[in-house]
Design a protein around this ligand. Structure first.
Ligand code: SF4
Ligand code: F3S
Length: 108
């Protein structure tokens, strides 16, 4: 499966959702997750993200491994709706896009 990682938090550009052929992105207040039960590993979402937040699970950068479980857990909980149409990024995206370790900001 593919995984949304830290860079997405508090930015949520949503370019990724427009291209997913199986609509497996789910939207929270300031982050998206990929539902691993839906993802077909096509990889077309990866180059769409302007902050390179999406990785194949086997290519997760050091320190981002925990996002695999986090995406799966949030998707399985079923509280976040599917998103398949791009929308405006979050208002403070420019301020947050280069910040690291934003998990403490995650709103669920
Ligand atoms: Fe959707 Fe393909 Fe990205 Fe999986 S890899 S989330 S199927 S676009
Ligand atoms: Fe997030 Fe990148 Fe998609 S910032 S919403 S993973 S385009």
């Amino acid at each position: 499966t593919f995984v949304v990682t830290d860079a997405c938090i508090q930015c949520k550009y949503t370019d990724c959702v427009d291209v997913c052929p199986v609509d497996c992105f789910m939207e929270g207040p300031n982050f998206l997750v990929i539902d691993p039960s839906g993802c077909i590993d096509c990889a077309v979402c990866v180059p769409e993200c302007p902050v390179e937040a999406i990785y194949a699970e086997e290519d997760l950068p050091p320190g981002q491994e925990h996002f695999l479980g986090l995406n799966a857990e949030i998707a399985a909980a079923g509280q976040w709706p599917v998103i398949n149409q791009r929308k405006d990024p979050l208002p403070e995206h420019a301020r947050f896009k280069d910040q690291k370790d934003k998990l403490y900001l995650l709103d669920r």
